[in-house]
Write a protein that binds this ligand. Sequence first.
Ligand code: BGC
Length: 821
Amino acid sequence: MEEARVAMRDDMLDRLIEKLNLTQKVRLLTGFTTWRTAGEETIGLRPMVFSDGPAGVRGEAWDERRTSALLPSASALGASWDEQLLRDLGGLLASEAIRRDVDVVLAPNLNMHRTPLGGRHFECYSEDPELTARTGAALIRGIQEQGIAATAKHFVANDSETDRLHADVRMDDRTLREVYLAPFEAAVHAGVWLVMAGYNSVAGTTMTAHPLLSEPLKGEWGFDGVAVSDWAAVRTTEGPARAALDLAMPGPRSPWAQHLVQAVDDGLVPESAIDDKVRRLLRLADRVGALQGPRRRPVLRTNPTRQLLRRAVAAGTVLVRNEGVLPLDLGALPTVAVIGEHAASPRVQGGGSAGVFPFAVVTPLDGIRAHLRGRGRVVYAPGPSLTVPPPPLDTDRCTDPRSKEPGVLLRCLDAEGRELSAERRLSGRQLEPDLPPGAHTVEISTLLRPRTTGMWTFGIGGFGRMTLGVDGNPVLDDTYPCETDDPAIVHVAPPLHTARTHLVKDRTVHLVARRELVPGTGRATVVVAAPPERDPAGALAEAVETARDADAVIVVVGSAEHSETEGYDRTDLSLGHQQDDLVRAVAAANPRTVAVVNSGGPVELPWRDDVGALLLTWFPGQEAGAGLADVLFGRSEPGGRLPTTWAASLADAPVTHTGPVDGRLDYTEGLHIGYRAWLREERRPAYWFGHGLGYTTWEYVRVDAPAHTEAGAPFTLRVTLRNTGKRPGREVVQVYMARPGSSVERPARWLAGYASVRADPEHAVTAEVTVAPRALRHWSCEHGAWRTEPGEFRLMVGRSAGAMEWQAPLHVSAVEKHGAA
Ligand code: BGC
């Protein structure tokens, strides 16, 4: 039935293609703008609008006046091990897309946590292919069931950022299939409508021209959607056109827009290849309703957005240590001390193309105050100032000099300095200012009223000649060359150049920043300012005093704006020593100290055994503080289990190389990333993959598992457990496998399946974990096919990759058809 429907549609699509000449067809294969495809009236095709993803749907422009719902980072969602939650959040992304007239969401990111240093770690789910695959597939289903397209990205092995446009990743085929391609394969099985080819190369070929787009993606896996390039990743004409890339984004300029018609005329690219690309694009258009005239308005879920986001915060928060401190007892809390800059200015999202302008942010301090209102006193001490880049000018302390309204004045000037356009904006970070014809200079000016006297830091980001004046005195005036092509750096996070100047409290100053535009270096213009730093010793002493007298202390620490962002890998995992000193000092002053870590990926926590409780909250999105307060005061349990292993120190981490050598990035560790590497090297991390305590305790009572199975057949374990604590709870039952004495190289153990269950205190519950045949298979490079090695495997049930509760042999008999998937 379904097959017939697809064939019918293909017939119709082919009839549309017949109406187009070559020029019209090729025109469809490059973006019409940065975020739109071209429409074609003759066949009733309207443009389709694309938007990042994955933390929210920004819409067609970087414009701080258009706000979006901001989800927790992918690392937080990976920590939830909760496919229904991901499906609900997919529905939320789809509804945001519909609100924004977006057809295609550029999410999920299915790259792997190969090393803790990966700059986009926060944007990916996990170090484990099974968890990444299931989490990503659930989000895809949630988005697409509302008629909005999802995009599995970045195909494939774009797992770190250093030299990402050119890095040539090398690994054996088995590692490629079992670790890095597996989540994309699951995305295709979930029916994903687009796959994005990354910037990087694999085995010497850039991904936009890679044979992997044909096999296995379109052939073996049967992907019938659109293979779209990452932004500006198409750098030549024939390679990507002959390979199976379908759509070059963005536009209107691309090598295809310039040369593809000629390449077909010259016989270098067959027209049938063009037709196939157009057919796929039209199929996508059909799916999102772009061939059916006005936009389709699917029925939306009713889950109120903020509640869902708040639930997601708690679901992804991982409690890794608890010495009887959490949940905090509201009745016994006359005074709660909240400590740390991140409590008042949390980092709610990572940096780069995924960024959105959230429509509200609940800080931890706000969330805690709201919970305790009328019931207890909250005292706050920020502790020492963090060494972070100064934030963009905002509406809080800045006034537009013309309208005298909060914000800044954004102007475009011609070469003679005449005003071409002017508008009030709400931020000093202008990534896509509209440029009227003749624009030569972008200017951002404001009246800033300092709240503190001392040395202020000012800065400007962008490329080319830039100046910054304070009350007419130049503090910066230089020419800053653009030494990269990376769009995330050029268009989203250009480097900042800073200078310091003395200001006096309440004495307003006039800031004027100008950037002269140079073709090819983008138009992003960023103006930042930060008040003088607090005296470190005094700030630390104040925090300690605040903590000492409180009934409980919540100290929030985290990573800095520049340390976890697209375009750069991290160079260390340190929080910054003042934050470590802060937690140590506060915990020494008060044993009822809860440390809350606000980072997208692993960081070093050298004081982790000194605190009463330790919560990892990732980048929690806009409801950060609301969800955190729910967890702290026991309204929700911290539902997360680590999706990635946390090292005690970077020096212990087994896989840390992200920098290509002579252009090559060798994945020498092969199959052994994450917990697999820790197990192989017999090293002990701070916290294992899968670890997370929740608020109750569990007894694993019984496991019913087959002792024997046939290759190619799924099987089910029934794991009975009892809630032995005092609260209802949710447990994630994790099934691992191993193959002692295997004839092929194997991970020490690997995650084969998982399921979650809930139970009330003293109640037993049975989790059914189904293990798919793939968990027993390995990719045979010799045969170019999946194989199951018969004989004795070990089946394990664990609470993390490092803590097994039960194990038994599993005999696997040989019968299996060759070529099994
Ligand atoms: C990123 C993609 C993103 C695209 C569009 C690229 O630099 O790698 O993840 O979807 O930009 O913003």
